[in-house]
Design a protein around this ligand. Structure first.
Ligand code: ADP
Length: 324
């Protein structure tokens, strides 16, 4: 019997989401199923905002950043009432399973829906890389490359003027993006939420870089750190911290999200979503599809939700050693 499935993107958009949508649609069609897109994440689920998707509807999108389905944050879905509304809309449309492409919050919502008896499979997608069940999540690689391009450029101008730059990158409460951008960008220091960096100690590090004869200092700061980039700059000013260099602040913000997905994220989105369709076909729902030991694997939602992936402190230490 023909199956009907739906796909939605939720939470923060991530480069590669479109590759995943395309893959769900075409892999579903290949099985003879009907595939519906849900517009604007859980908001569209609650209001029954579905669209039937054919192979042509997902043509020419694999190279596009963002998500053609739109994403949204939907507080209503966090209530039992909201999820019941969503369930009713899904049942009315005759949809039998749902693929949720999104991050921590989205997968928590997916688990809640799955617990109410509706089959859901997740695709691990967030530039924050904080999701348990995927060593690297969809969008991280592209966001990292965008941050790196910015850091490389800032380094050029910083060197010309003997400046220190506090470069703030996204990642919510997770320092992964900042740490990796710091290592790959050759930063003089990295500030992340997971490890306490007193501002005066950071000022000493910047001053030391100056004394070592460096032409610049790049400090990559995760947005969720105790002091963000603007906070650190204000602290330095208030306490008249001697840095050697002149100081500038650059916040990359949403620039990191909008980019064209690179090869890695196009392939990852495609493969994760194809796996999600396979799991639905097998009846193995209530799981998250992610990268496990370099391959695509699944993790039950019970082991995913309510947790945050930790960063490796050895990498923080490596960033320090390499900054010399
Ligand atoms: P991300 O998926 O990128 O982490 P959010 O944390 O903003 O993004 O979550 C996206 C959406 O997922 C929320 O707007 C909400 O609709 C849903 N959601 C988040 N947490 C829960 C929860 N505990 N229960 C049900 N739904 C949730």
């Amino acid at each position: 019997m023909m199956k009907r499935i739906a796909v939605l993107t939720s939470g923060g958009d991530a480069p590669g989401m479109n590759a995943a949508i395309r893959s769900v649609v075409r892999c579903g069609l290949e099985r003879g199923w009907e595939v519906f897109g849900v517009n604007h994440g859980y908001s569209g689920l609650v209001s029954g905002n579905f669209r039937n998707m054919g192979a042509r509807d997902v043509g020419g999108i694999i190279q596009q950043g963002g998500t053609i389905l739109g994403s949204a944050r939907c507080p209503e879905f966090q209530t039992e009432d909201g999820r019941r509304k969503a369930l009713r809309e899904l049942n009315q449309e005759g949809i039998e399973a749902l693929v949720v492409i999104g991050g921590n919050g989205s997968q928590t919502g997916a688990n809640a829906l799955n617990s109410m008896g509706f089959p859901v499979v997740g695709v691990a997608s967030t530039i924050d890389n904080d999701l348990v069940g995927s060593q690297i999540t969809l969008g991280v690689d592209t966001a990292l490359n965008i941050a790196l391009e910015a850091i490389d450029r800032l380094k050029v101008t910083a060197s010309s003027h003997q400046r220190a730059f506090l470069v703030e990158v996204m990642g919510r409460n997770c320092g992964y993006l900042a740490l990796m951008a710091g290592i790959a960008g050759g930063a003089e220091a990295v500030v992340i939420p997971e490890i306490d960096t007193p501002p005066e100690a950071l000022a000493d590090e910047i001053q030391l870089s100056y004394e070592r004869g460096k032409a610049h200092a790049i400090i990559v700061v995760a947005e969720g750190s105790h002091y963000n980039a603007a906070g650190l700059a204000a602290y330095f000013k208030e306490h008249n911290e001697e840095l050697g260099f002149g100081l500038r602040v650059t916040t990359l913000g949403h620039v990191q999200r909008g980019g064209m997905p690179g090869a890695y994220d196009r392939l990852l989105g495609t493969r994760l979503a194809a796996r999600a369709v396979d799991e639905i076909a097998k009846g193995n729902t209530g799981v998250l599809c992610g990268v496990l030991l370099g391959d695509i694997g699944t993790t039950p939602y019970a082991e995913v939700v309510g947790k945050t992936k930790a960063i490796d402190p050895a990498l923080f230490e490596l960033a320090r050693v390499l900054s010399y």
